[in-house]
Design a protein around this ligand. Structure first.
Ligand code: HMG
Length: 415
């Protein structure tokens, strides 16, 4: 006898979100000028204006811990079941980045912590894993953190589409932000559009091909979603896409609207996605965090009240896997947003001169086990203090309001 349990499943979804970005950014005007390119190519052609640049004492762990600390403020940590960290710029082949974050955030030992990977799409797989977990254990919460540093070669076509950042997503029953629909549609195909072998610290990419594969994945994931959900395009008020650069979101939405033959003006099409482009335009590609940053950008910047509105979501990870899924914004969602803190974080970033960007780009930790202390650069809550005996040393940033430590690092190494 089969039992239909679907009626008994709780509403599950995104309860709270927060992002963390490096304390510095490169204005793309400076990059365009130095690379002999028109800034309009970056601003209009790619839809990017600023690029987050990690300092030597920032990495995926410090970004993830900063975002996690904010999203967990005031939460009952004993209810936290699992932390899943999604990244494609992992710092260790064996130990999960989630364990470092678990330690920095003093999470209870019953809380599991592990890492997942499939390019930019693994964060969505992690989110779906968390949703399934909360469906089974509705009294527990799951924390998903997507964190990445997007790096291409200097003076390559990919260079202006770099970026860095993390987003922390608290998943619960009866969520305050977005109730997720159970249906989703995925598409997987073995292709080489973008990849990073273990021996490289920059991605290799066939740029034009990657755009084509992204759009193919969207078309197929949408078709699969329709097979499951049978939900018309008109059921959605807004759409958020994976945004390696924000023009990609426009390309994707144009593709979807022409596929379903939606009779929308250019302005109406843009209206359905534009609030979701705002943060990404100022930050750059954050790989796994990108789609989820766009969701948060939509919630925090859309001037209309989105309560009760359904959002269509497309996650893409090169290599490739794409997933189309959806959710409905919950009444009163604005009360749970951290809009002011996020605006302050972006506004307080420090612009870099091009030579400093190139110095920091070239900076790397020693690989021979020698002790090395990083210079103090970040304004974030956590920092990478250095490396000792092949072990990264993390610490609360001195001077950060959350820190009790008043002294700076003992000795600063040259970058
Ligand atoms: P490119 O070849 O230097 O740029 O690289 P382009 O010549 O194609 O120009 C870009 C756009 O700017 C074009 O518009 C130009 O017309 C326009 P479009 O034809 O696309 O409409 N343009 C101008 N507009 C205004 N004023 C001007 C001007 N000049 C030109 N003066 C490319 C672009 C995206 C290929 C490159 O940056 C790249 O390789 N980026 C990295 C790869 C990437 O982001 N791929 C996206 C899909 S794959 C993905 O999303 C997965 C990923 O996130 C990784 C993961 O999953 O882990 C990357």
């Amino acid at each position: 006898m089969s039992i239909n349990i679907s009626n008994h499943l709780p509403t599950v979804g995104i309860d709270r979100m927060s992002f963390s970005v490096p304390s510095h950014y490169l204005p793309l005007e400076a990059l365009a000028e130095n690379r002999g390119t028109s800034f309009r190519k970056y601003q209009v052609g790619l839809g990017q204006e600023k690029m987050s640049v990690p300092a030597p004492d920032e990495d995926i762990i410090t970004l993830a811990a900063n975002a996690g600390a904010r999203v967990l403020e005031g939460e009952d940590l004993s209810a936290l079941d699992t932390v899943i960290l999604a990244t494609e710029s992992g710092i260790d082949q064996s130990k999960a980045g989630a364990i470092y974050v678990h330690g920095l955030l003093n999470l209870p030992s019953h809380c599991r912590a592990f890492e997942v990977k499939q390019a930019c799409c693994s964060s969505t797989a992690a989110l779906q894993m968390a949703l399934a977990g909360v469906s089974i254990k509705p009294n527990r919460k799951f924390l998903v953190i997507a964190t990445d540093v997007a790096r291409y070669g200097l003076e390559t076509a990919g260079e202006p589409t770099q970026g860095a950042g993390a987003i922390a997503i608290l998943v619960s029953a009866n969520p305050r932000l977005i109730a997720m629909d159970p249906e989703s549609g995925s598409y997987t195909k073995d292709v080489m559009d973008f990849w990073r072998p273990n021996y490289l610290d920059t991605a290799l990419v066939d740029g034009k091909y990657s755009i084509k594969v992204y759009l193919d994945a969207l078309e197929n994931a949408w078709a699969e979603y329709q097979r499951e959900a049978d939900r018309p395009f008109e059921a959605f008020s807004r759409f958020c896409y994976h945004l390696p650069f924000t023009r990609m979101g426009e390309k994707a939405h144009n593709q979807l609207t022409s596929l379903v033959d939606a009779q929308l003006s250019k302005e109406d099409r843009l209206h359905q996605i534009e609030a979701g482009l705002m943060y990404n335009r100022q930050i750059g590609n954050t790989y796994t965090a990108s789609l989820h940053l766009s969701i948060l950008s939509m919630l925090e910047n859309d001037t209309e009240d989105l309560s009760g509105k359904r959002i269509g979501l497309f996650s893409y990870g090169s290599g490739c896997m794409g997933t189309f899924f959806s959710g409905t914004v919950q009444p009163g969602y604005r009360d749970t947003l951290l809009t002011e803190a996020h605006a302050k974080q972006l506004a307080s970033r420090i612009p870099l001169e091009l030579p400093t960007y190139e110095d920091w780009y070239a900076h790397s930790l020693p690989c021979d086990g020698q002790t090395y202390l990083t210079p103090l650069c970040t304004r974030g809550q956590f920092r990478l203090g250095g490396i000792d005996a092949h072990q990264r040393q993390y610490e609360a940033s001195p001077g950060h309001p959350s820190s009790t430590r008043q002294d700076g690092p003992a000795q600063l190494a040259q970058v």
